[in-house]
Design a protein around this ligand. Structure first.
Ligand code: MOS
Length: 762
């Protein structure tokens, strides 16, 4: 190793972002640029009887007013299913639908044009609750069977292992609860935006704030009716995403491109905050019925999980979210009898989609609450119950996944480290002592253990392709298909390339992602950017290095495979057993010989067929929360989170710490304060005055511990961290609150109001 991996690197984009110099999409200006705007419906469920755009078209400075009939290609901006129109033709299915598009010379004129469009609606019955949507007489959101849906059930998954029904009689104790989790808003600083314009060779170029340029390219090409080769998506700096810019930008890019095509001018489409909050996907709310049975000694005998989630009007990436929730529904335990039944249900509510954790924080909240509830009933310590049931090498899940040795080792190591570093036993005693003396303020300690399935899972192909070029001055460029969305991937990719090549970090430059130059490398989601896309960068760098060694081996009188890289005093060298030449000199020699110093790296994730792997690796974590509850008001204060996360290998420790702190705080918001309020599909709190997110004042003491149990598939052993930084936090906090108040929190967010009502129920 050359010492670059594991050093604390300052991110190259940090200063410009902090001082406000970074040009985001909304800051871009092109000559003759127009402003796009989208008309949204006034009902969540209605038929469009008539649209009249003639008045809007007549406004001076308005260049285009478009409806569904103006779409040259396929009217489909969907991701998992082709159920989502770019512009509604006849039937409105939720408040975030798009009815008509305008482009005008100023944002004010664009708004005036929207106001001048006449639409006549006929409201029709809608359904706004997933349980209501399951009833046989519920209004159907989509025609039965059209997208593989049975009635309003878009996806139904069912898995069984052992014999659950006959196991209950073998249990000494059974706990059964219904858990509810809320919608959550991503609250990225930069609202969604895209700027589309025609390039000199007639290609459509869209610069946008997004996570998944290849999704956006597919949707844009489809809506325009163009080949993918003529649509170029260029990633602009992204001001936060968290899953909210996974599939959402597809519709935005497609619409901006449509306006650019029709007007022949650059068109910028920026959502304002209210439009952003009322139109983009949210975290899936779940209702989870959870039954867990065990022996007196805490050994779990059976688990039965029944989960229903609200998909809203269109599939978004919901089916993949449900898959993850299904895989992880039983938690991290080895259980002989498991039944998991999950349903994803169409309603006329806002769409739900990707959000950091992707269905797993929800199921983790249920199962980890059940574990502590079980421990309480048995008079055992919850950590003891976890330890007794922790999955091991060879443990088989309800989906037939056989846990591999490295995953089992990482899980156990992370868990035991957390028990030790949090001083669990001592803190528990101290807190119980505190509570004996304190009437009004009660403290609580709670934990949650998870293992996050890294990347997309076995149901999707999982590949990435990158290009590393060494220029004649020995500087290096990296082109890859992942995106920098604030998480620090630009820094990590430069670290990986520099380490593999054996050159100082300052010589490596990472390009913004551009679909014109790299092959579809999948989405920047599922904590896969570092392990999967990063591994393709490492392979590209390795191939460039090997090409160089091939060209210069004769200078060393060696074979290429006898050469290796070293960095000394901030300079890169190539060394054989008896000779050392600087990397820069080697590059000059290679160029003189007319060689190719471009490396192509392709990573394909391997699934071991025999062990039925759902995910190729897991990132385990245990978080421990300490809270304080004011039992008069119900107000919760999170005092401390001890976060122990296994990352395989810490490529950039300072970036990792930031990711974990951010994930914990976002998890704290989900656990204690964030709530989207609806009435008949309409969001009643679409602003940051009424939708509360944690601020610096809510920041608890976060103690981050990073463990390194290497994963052979990842670059230098690294796994993903984006999501496992958040997943255990809400469950740990809910458990700590339950401990403090002596009652089980079954619904989050545990707002003061909710806790107050629990405490004053009698
Ligand atoms: Mo994500 S929630 O996989 O961007």
């Amino acid at each position: 190793m050359n010492g670059i991996v594991g050093s604390r690197v300052t991110r190259p984009d940090a200063l410009d972002k902090v001082v406000g110099n970074t040009k985001y999409t909304g800051d871009l200006k092109y000559p003759g640029m127009l402003y796009g705007a989208l008309l949204h419906p006034t009902y969540a469920s209605a038929l469009i009887k008539r649209i009249d755009v003639s008045k809007a078209k007549k406004i001076d400075g308005v260049h285009a007013v478009l409806t569904a009939k103006d779409i040259p290609g396929e009217n489909n901006a969907g991701t998992a299913k082709p159920d989502q129109p770019a512009l509604v033709e006849k039937r409105v299915r939720h408040m975030g639908d798009g009815i008509a598009l305008v482009a005008a010379e100023s944002p004010e004129l664009a708004r005036a044009a929207l106001n001048a469009i006449e639409v006549e609606y006929e409201p029709i019955p809608g359904v706004y609750d997933p349980l209501e949507a399951l009833k046989p007489d519920a209004p159907l959101v989509h025609e039965d069977g059209k997208y593989g849906n049975k009635g309003n059930v878009l996806v139904h998954r069912h898995y069984e292992k052992g014999d659950v029904d006959s196991s209950w009689k073998d249990c000494d104790v059974i706990v059964e609860n219904v858990y509810r989790t809320p919608y959550q808003e991503h609250a990225f600083l930069e609202p969604e935006c895209a700027l589309a314009h025609l390039g000199d060779n007639g290609e459509m170029i869209v610069e946008a704030s997004l996570q998944c340029p290849f999704y956006a390219r597919q949707a844009t090409a489809r809506v325009l009716g163009w080949p993918l080769s003529k649509v170029r998506i260029v990633q602009a700096p992204v001001g936060g995403a968290f899953g909210g810019k996974e599939d959402v930008p597809s519709e935005i890019c497609a619409r901006a491109a449509l306006l650019a095509l029709k007007t022949g001018k650059p068109v910028l489409k920026v959502r304002n905050r209210r439009e952003s909050l009322t139109t983009h996907t949210k975290r899936h709310p779940f209702i989870i019925k959870h039954k867990l049975g065990a022996k007196k000694d805490g050994r779990i005998v059976a688990v039965d999980v029944e989960a229903v989630s609200d998909q809203g009007a269109y599939a978004s990436v919901g089916p993949y979210v449900l898959y993850r929730a299904t895989v992880h529904a039983h938690g991290v335990y080895d259980i002989p009898n498991i039944r998991v039944d999950t349903k994803l249900v169409y309603t006329n509510n806002i769409l739900t989609g990707a959000f950091r954790g992707f269905g797993q924080p929800q199921v983790a909240f249920a199962v980890e609450s059940q574990i502590e509830s079980l421990a309480n009933k048995l008079g055992l310590d919850p950590m003891e119950v976890r330890r007794k049931n922790l999955a091991q090498k060879g443990s088989i899940s309800h989906m037939g996944h056989v846990l591999k040795e490295t995953d089992a080792y990482a899980l156990k190591t992370t868990f035991e480290y957390a028990v030790e570093k949090s001083n669990w036993a001592i803190r528990k005693k101290e807190i119980e002592e505190f509570n004996k003396k304190s009437e009004k303020i009660k403290r609580g300690l709670g934990a949650a253990t998870i293992m996050y399935g890294v990347s997309l899972g076995r149901e999707a192909p999982d590949t990435a392709t990158s290009i590393v070029q060494i220029a004649e001055d020995a500087s290096v460029t990296v082109a890859h298909g992942g995106t920098e969305m604030g998480q620090g991937s630009m820094t990590v990719m430069s670290i990986i390339a520099a380490e593999e090549l054996g050159v100082p970090l300052k010589h490596v430059h990472v390009l913004p992602t551009d679909t014109a130059f790299v092959q579809n490398s999948g989405p920047s989601v599922a904590s896969r950017v570092t392990p999967v896309i990063g591994e393709s960068v490492r392979l590209a760098a390795r191939n460039a290095r090997l090409a160089l060694y091939e060209l210069v081996a004769s200078e060393f009188n060696s074979k290429p495979d006898e050469l290796h890289p070293v960095i000394e005093n901030g300079e890169g060298y190539v060394v054989s057993k008896d000779k050392k030449i600087s990397f820069a000199e080697c590059v000059r020699i290679a160029y003189r010989k007319g060689g190719c110093l471009t490396g192509l790296g392709h990573k394909k994730v391997h699934f071991e067929e025999r062990s039925n792997q759902q995910y190729f690796a897991f990132s385990p974590a245990t978080h421990i929360a300490e809270v304080e509850v004011d039992t008069e008001t119900g107000k919760v204060k999170v005092l401390k989170i001890t976060a122990v996360n296994d990352v395989g290998k810490a490529l950039n420790p300072v970036g990792l710490e930031g990711q974990i702190q951010g994930g914990v705080l976002q998890g704290l918001g989900l656990a204690t304060m964030e709530e989207v309020i609806f009435k008949e599909g309409k969001i009643l709190n679409p602003d940051f005055r009424d939708y509360l997110i944690p601020t610096s004042k809510d920041m608890p003491n976060i103690e981050v511990h990073i463990l390194e149990c290497p994963e052979p598939e990842g670059p230098f052993g690294a796994k993903g961290i984006g999501e496992p930084s958040l997943i255990p936090t809400p469950a740990a906090i809910a458990n700590a609150i339950s401990h403090a108040i002596g009652m089980r929190v079954t619904e989050i967010p545990a707002t003061a109001q909710r806790i107050f009502l629990m405490l004053n129920k009698k």
